[in-house]
Design a protein around this ligand. Structure first.
Ligand code: GLY
Length: 326
């Protein structure tokens, strides 16, 4: 259970289980710096002490970090036991909890910060239970972070979703359950469609990483204190600028990305300048890098797709457009 939801929702969740269930509750400090192998080892040990066997179930209750860590625990304990996820953030509802990605961060060589999700496994949950009412206790900042992934889904496969977000942003940011239900259903339709085509990310699923390679570059700079959704929001603008540099899209597409991000109050540039070389070096550790060549998910005539061997100059210009220092 995510430490953030113990107080607002923990007892409600626990009281909803059958009284004869043999429950062991573990609290996870759900921060990026604690999303590491040691957290999974601790949970493995707790599974052992609680006597879990291959018929047991791990329930991950919380945000995306909790889902990833509890999912990786379930994927690896006794070589894999059942998993159910109950996401409690908008970001986890529309993205992290669905699709079977689990994992932890690794420290990058030479003290270059955190490498996001570099150890993990694909492990599908048996079920994902979504209750929009839990979002009533989520901060507006975290709701915005979830909106970043919804915007991503709009760019990938449903332009009407961008309109829905624009028109309903006040009720979404007020966590109105009806507005949230519409949003989650619509955003999930895009994600599920992509995953049904390519569960293991051998091709089209990479589109779901739109904005993420740039985003992971920013997230490795811990002093920026960017949340994942905020880094993805800036990352989508940088990726669109990069596509513009390569002649894949016109300037209006960069404007559209910037406008929708700004309209929901997400950051559209780095909170402080960061050396472009540091950011580019962190991008090299992205999982999409192949044989040392940077591969980016960029928009173009045929939608969002993976582009190989992107010239460093275009990447630098993209970083400069979101405030990196060159
Ligand atoms: N969040 C990206 C994916 O599920 O593939």
């Amino acid at each position: 259970m995510d430490h953030n939801v113990v107080s607002p929702h923990g007892s409600h969740l626990l009281s909803s289980f059958n009284a004869d269930w043999n429950l062991s509750v573990q609290e996870l400090v759900a921060t990026e710096s604690n999303k590491k192998q040691e957290a999974v080892s601790g949970l493995h040990q707790a599974c052992l002490e609680a006597g879990l066997d291959r018929g047991s179930l791990v329930i991950g209750f919380g945000g995306g970090i909790t889902g990833d860590v509890s999912g990786f625990t379930a994927a690896t304990f006794l070589r894999g036991i059942s998993l159910v996820l109950i996401p409690t953030t908008l970001l986890a509802m529309v993205d992290a909890a669905v699709g079977g990605k689990t994992g932890v961060n690794l420290p990058l060589p030479g003290g270059q910060g955190l490498g996001k999700n570099l150890a993990g496994a694909f492990w599908q949950p048996q079920a994902v239970l979504i209750d929009p009412l839990v979002l009533s206790t989520l901060s507006e900042r975290d709701l915005r972070c979830g909106l970043a992934e919804c915007i991503k889904h709009g760019f990938i496969g449903d332009p009407g979703l961008l309109e829905l977000i624009h028109e309903n942003r006040d009720s979404i940011l007020a966590a109105d359950p009806l507005a949230i239900t519409d949003l989650v259903e619509r955003a999930l339709r895009v994600k599920i469609g992509v995953i049904e085509e390519d569960e293991r990310e051998t091709g089209g699923r990479a589109a779901l990483n739109f904005g993420h390679t740039f985003g992971h570059g920013m997230e490795s700079v811990e002093r920026l204190e960017l949340r994942h959704g905020e880094a993805v929001a800036i990352g989508m603008i940088a990726a669109t600028q990069c596509a513009f540099e390569l002649g894949r899209v016109g300037p209006e597409m960069v404007d559209q990305a910037r406008e929708i991000v700004q309209s929901v109050g997400l950051p559209h540039q780095l909170p402080e300048p960061v050396d472009v070389h540091q950011l580019m070096s962190a991008m090299q550790f992205d999982k999409k890098t192949l044989d040392g060549h940077l591969r980016l998910v960029l928009p173009g005539d045929h939608g969002v797709e993976i582009v190989t061997e992107v010239p460093a100059q275009a990447v630098e210009s993209a970083w400069a457009a979101v405030g990196a220092s060159c």
